[in-house]
Design a protein around this ligand. Structure first.
Ligand code: BQZ
Ligand code: CA
Length: 699
């Protein structure tokens, strides 16, 4: 209650005291979020154990497509298939394949909105997303297919790491890699590839592998050493930090071909780091991979074509070397076109994730004659507005940027932002109907660790938002509708507040939500300047810290918690989306962030499921009560796959531990003989020798 003494001027007049009780702004009381409208996901997985999906073992005989034998083995271009496979290849179990043993042939035609920077994923280059890097870069473990693993057996799937043993005290993890597997150019895969990735990329501060959150995402102080050609040993500060096995999946530890990369690395050459990163441009073809298909053709802004990897180290129970599909294509278009082409049947696959196109896609797919199957999953697509919480120089802000970051670091300011967002209206502006749900921030409703009672929701209230702004001294002192910095703000005193907001230019949804935020903030006198960046530049822009706010489509940590756990708090200098080390290499944590770091580290170190559930309730309360970020909306994605494909797992989510391109296990997908298309662009060819301008070879 503020009292103001007003002296009514003039003699004789009684000094009258009029208490101007500014309507003591009753802030809208924090509450819990409304329950999302029920939305039934279509198709449910059959929950299994890891050993039901695959095991590593030698089989009595192996097979390959006839044309490979005739054109390549018979002509001495390739050794027999049994010599191209490891001693114990990964054997996929038939019982776990929806349509059983597959037939060789045909192509899956992807359409993507990204563009390849080059093939050096290890040095941080994007290949354009949309499943290219997911397929190329096999990782130590694999988590996409975990959606069908029994909850009480949840642990990352073996992949390049075929097994691992913990020491009695839990501080050491001995990891055994697959033995005798080869890169797609026939060169042996071994621990040198793993150590090069760890020593000269993850642990070289000048290099940041794509999707990596840095060495600390494997635990501060973690070390790795080579035991022999197929064995490495991790040493962790914590005991039994099983969490880090998730970080060794896609996005964390996917080693590149060190026989090609190492000679280009500045430590072993005269190259600069930039030259190293750009040493394998998109037209360097047949880059050696461990994945099922190899890039054999690149036409800028047009298409990438990939052909089967003749050394792929996975087979079915009959000994048929995988993949079944001879070819993968990635048409270089837009993300929205991916939906259109999948529904129309000119493309074969899409993750329906832009809510604006749901009604149209549903209408077309409802027709029984529609070429593609469309199946909605749970609400695992969502967005938040992230304030940059660094106060010590991440992104080298100017005076204005510094002033905005000081505001970002002020809870009253963050509460103003969250009060200012009408989430129901925002969701409806994307798509009407049962899809979107109000998302306050933190973990998504409907996911394993979500707890509504621990979720603090500040409901839409313009008055409360304005009152909070006033508390932090933001008032429109020159009457132009935009609040001004307080006079004593260094460098920008008295100026209108202007905020830059990073947004992904490649999605209509990201732009729509950006516009929604700009309008909401205008209503409380904040001017937000959008900085929309295309996907190719997006990762670098996010990592640069040169932004005040960011619209982020959230990743698995707010769905599964166990994937990318270290992104849930600034546990290390590079792990958080919104608060990384400043110019002095430290992270200037706010008190609530210190609590989140502590809770996340306890979660990572805990083996007790009940304790982990409780720790995530604590995390959710600290995160949402302190408005760590401003949740916007949450909605379901749908998987669209052309009907000619078989072995698409029932209930495969568009996004959970990873994207559907990983979840559906594409190397097992096939087209029955009688439905095969003639769409292959390079039939009867295999990858040629790695090199600029090289391409596929036919015999
Ligand atoms: C899925 C995915 C496969 C990245 C990317 C892209 C990048 C982000 C995110 C998605 C695309 C598709 O998402 O939208 O459906 O195919 O590729 O990787 O948005 O800009 O940085 O995190 O995965
Ligand atoms: Ca003003």
């Amino acid at each position: 209650m503020r009292r103001q003494l007003l002296a009514l001027g003039g003699a004789g007049l009684l000094l009258s005291v009029s208490i101007i009780a500014t309507q003591a702004q009753q802030l809208a009381a924090p509450t819990t979020p409304p329950d999302p409208t029920p939305f039934a996901a279509q198709g449910t997985p059959t929950f299994v154990s890891t050993k039901d999906i695959f095991e590593f073992k030698a089989l009595p005989e192996y097979h390959e497509p006839d044309w490979v034998t005739k054109q390549f083995v018979a002509t001495g271009k390739l050794p027999p298939v049994k010599d191209r496979l490891p001693k114990e290849p990964m054997v996929y179990k038939t019982a776990n394949m929806a349509d059983g043993i597959g037939a060789y042939g045909d192509v899956m035609r992807h359409v993507i909105g990204g563009r390849p920077e080059g093939w050096n994923y290890t040095a941080g280059q994007s290949q354009g997303w949309g499943g290219i890097d997911i397929g190329l870069s096999e990782c130590l473990t694999r988590t996409g297919p975990l959606f069908e693993i029994k909850a009480d057996e949840l642990e990352p799937l073996p992949n390049l790491a075929k097994s691992w043993d913990w020491s009695a005290d839990g501080h050491q993890l001995t990891m055994h890699h697959i033995e005798g597997a080869k890169w797609s150019d026939g060169v042996a895969f071994n621990a040198d590839d793993v150590m090069f990735y760890w020593d000269d990329n993850i642990n070289d501060p000048n290099v940041k592998p794509l999707n990596s959150k840095g060495a600390d995402s494997f635990g501060v102080g973690t070390t790795l050493k080579k035991i022999n050609d197929y064995t490495v040993q991790w040493t962790f500060k914590e005991a039994f930090p099983k969490q880090y096995l998730y970080t060794m999946a896609y996005g964390g530890f996917c080693p590149g071909p060190s026989h090609l990369l190492k000679p280009q690395h500045p430590k072993y050459s005269k190259n600069t780091y930039d030259q190293y990163k750009n040493a394998f441009p998109p037209d360097f073809l047949n880059i050696p991979v461990m994945g099922a298909w190899v890039p054999v053709e690149y036409r800028s802004d047009d298409i990438i074509v990939m052909r089967r990897n003749p050394y792929y180290w996975k087979v079915d129970e009959k000994g048929n070397q995988l993949p079944y599909l001879n070819e993968l294509e990635y048409k270089l278009s837009t993300w929205a076109d991916r939906d259109v082409q999948a529904v129309a049947g000119t493309g074969d696959f899409s993750n329906l994730e832009q809510a604006e196109s749901y009604v149209e896609a549903l209408k077309h797919s409802a027709d029984p004659a529609a070429p593609a199957r469309l199946a909605f999953g749970a609400r695992t697509i969502g967005y938040a507005l992230l304030p940059n919480l660094s106060g010590n120089g991440w992104g080298e802000p100017d005076a204005r940027g510094k002033a905005v970051r000081e505001l970002n670091r002020n809870l009253d300011f963050r509460k103003a932002l969250t009060y200012a967002i009408d989430r129901q209206h925002l969701g409806d502006s994307l798509v009407k109907g049962p899809f979107t749900a109000i998302y306050p921030g933190g973990l998504y409703a409907g996911t394993a660790y979500y707890d509504k009672a621990s979720t603090v929701f500040y409901p839409y209230s313009l008055d409360s938002a304005k009152a909070e702004l006033k508390k932090v001294g933001l008032v429109d002192t020159d009457g132009d509708g935009i609040v001004n910095f307080p006079k004593d703000t260094p460098g920008v005193g008295g100026q209108n507040v202007e905020i830059t907001m990073l947004d992904n230019a490649d999605y209509q949804t990201d732009k729509s939500l950006g516009e929604g935020v700009i309008a909401a903030m205008q209503a409380i006198g904040l001017r937000v300047i959008p900085n929309t960046v295309s996907g190719i530049k997006m990762t670098a822009a996010q990592d640069s810290g040169k932004w005040d706010w960011q619209i982020l489509r959230q990743q698995s940590e707010v769905i599964s918690v166990v994937q990318n756990t270290s992104s849930l708090a600034p546990v290390g200098p590079q792990t958080s989306w919104q608060h990384r080390a400043g110019t002095d290499k430290t992270v200037d944590l706010l008190p609530f962030e210190k609590q989140m770091v502590d809770v996340v580290n306890k979660f990572i170190a805990s083996q007790d499921p009940a304790e982990r559930v409780d720790l995530m309730k604590q995390w959710q309360k600290i995160n949402t009560e302190n408005v760590n970020n401003i949740g916007l909306t949450q909605y379901p994605g749908a998987l669209i796959v052309n009907k000619r494909f078989a072995n698409i797992p029932a209930g495969a989510p568009v996004f959970m531990f990873n994207w559907a391109e990983d979840n559906i296990i594409r190397e097992r997908v096939f087209v029955p003989q009688d439905k095969q298309s003639k769409f292959e662009l390079h039939p009867g060819t295999l990858p040629g020798a790695p090199g600029k301008g090289n391409g596929p070879i036919s015999d």
